[in-house]
Write a protein that binds this ligand. Structure first.
Ligand SMILES: [Zn+2]
Length: 391
């Protein structure tokens, strides 16, 4: 089982991390277990990473630069935001300083070229082994009420029409979803969940989600080719498999483009990408006041019999990815950091999760998402379990 350590070095605007303190923490884990890579970003400071790289080389640890893709980059250039089904652009209000979760259209040519040119201008001379691409998706239910139903910019509309989607009809259908004040417990009309994808009973809604998936796949294909042409390895930050499809992520397809994927199994996180937070946001996104029933129905579709994603459920999902789809580069993300009101992990939760990871025989674990905020006892637990399972 490979071990990756993830570190937030600060937003593009300001670095919040000290090299010496960071190396201390990395050494603490690396000397008592084996660390394959450090994922760190996205503060801008070439010398800092060059020094870090030297330190990591002594331990044979790879360095991945953590790069947000369809969000946050408007610090450098202007991007075309995603447009909602009412043809409006709604800026996200932001989540914390240095991270605004404002999403850009993944189909817009100028956006794609911006991503490449920002990398070339600011990061291509960094001494790194790879890039770790984050926010490679559409906004999720947690962004704002209707943000899953993006993007309706001119480029996307044209592309959808070419795929046989009647765009104005689709917009009307979506509007109906958000004005249905009844007690519909399945507001999106999900008809089936299979192979980590949802089918929808309305053919237009179904085509729309397929279009989103195709858009993310195509753009990621282009971007991963681009980064590979710069001799970089690639890690991908993905939503947990049972919620990823809503954001356009097809975990199976994306795994084929990367050296490793990190499904974010953040089951104790109450912030974007956190599993309970995203599922709550889904069930509360619709005018139906029946959010409890919406959540229950969702769990029935995904075949989780409890009222939260259990260890057992996560384990069976990972086993399916490994055994049915032969994916051999799964490094699950687990929130080892503890952040008040946001990341509520504890040693019991971590131990259960890690055991599930070992049981499902996945390829690695990413200690997420900020090493500097991981309590010592969380790291000690990891080291203990790593050594126990090594035997
Ligand atoms: Zn668009």
């Amino acid at each position: 089982m490979k071990t990756y350590l993830q570190v937030f070095s600060g937003g593009f605007k300001n670095q919040i991390i000290d090299l010496e303190e960071l190396m201390e923490k990395i050494k603490f884990v690396a000397e008592k277990s084996e660390v394959s890579g450090v994922i760190i970003g996205w503060a801008v400071n070439r010398e800092f990473y060059a020094e870090l790289k030297k330190g990591l080389d002594e331990y044979n640890i790879e360095l991945y630069f953590w790069l947000p893709v369809f969000s946050e980059l408007d610090y450098f250039e202007e991007f075309q935001d995603v447009i909602n089904y009412k043809n409006e652009s709604k800026k996200s209000t932001g989540f914390q300083e240095d991270e605004n979760f404002n999403f850009y259209c993944p189909n817009n040519r100028n956006n794609i070229e911006n991503i490449k040119s920002i990398f070339l201008k600011h990061f291509s001379d960094y001494d790194i082994d790879g890039v770790f691409l984050d926010k490679i998706r559409y906004p999720s239910f947690s962004n704002n009420l209707e943000s899953v139903f993006t993007c309706f910019c001119d480029t996307c509309k044209e592309k959808m029409e070419k795929r046989g989607i009647n765009v104005s009809e689709l917009q009307k259908k979506i509007n109906d979803i958000f004005t249905d004040g009844g007690n519909n417990k399945n507001p999106l009309g999900i008809s089936e969940y299979k192979d980590f994808k949802f089918d929808f009973s309305d053919p237009l809604i179904d085509k729309f989600f397929k279009f989103k998936e195709e858009s993310i796949n195509n753009t990621l294909e282009e971007l991963t080719d681009f980064f590979r042409s710069h001799n970089l390895k690639i890690g991908l930050d993905l939503f947990a498999p049972h919620i990823s499809y809503f954001t356009g992520q097809n975990i199976i397809k994306l795994s084929s483009m990367a050296d490793f994927i990190k499904p974010m199994y953040y089951r104790a996180t109450y912030a974007p990408a956190g599993v309970p937070f995203e599922i709550e946001s889904y069930s509360e996104s619709f005018p139906s006041k029946n959010s409890g029933e919406i959540k229950k129905e969702f769990f029935e579709f995904i075949k989780e019999t409890g009222d939260e994603i259990s260890d057992k459920y996560m384990e069976s999902e990972l086993c399916e990815l490994k055994n049915k789809f032969s994916i051999n580069n799964i490094c699950s993300g687990l929130e080892f950091n503890k952040i008040k009101d946001i990341a509520l992990s504890n040693t019991d939760y971590l131990e259960r999760s890690i055991n599930s990871f070992y049981n499902s025989k996945i390829d690695g674990i990413v200690l997420s998402w900020d090493l500097m905020r991981m309590p010592l006892e969380h790291l000690e637990l990891y080291i203990k379990l790593w050594n126990k399972n090594k035997l």
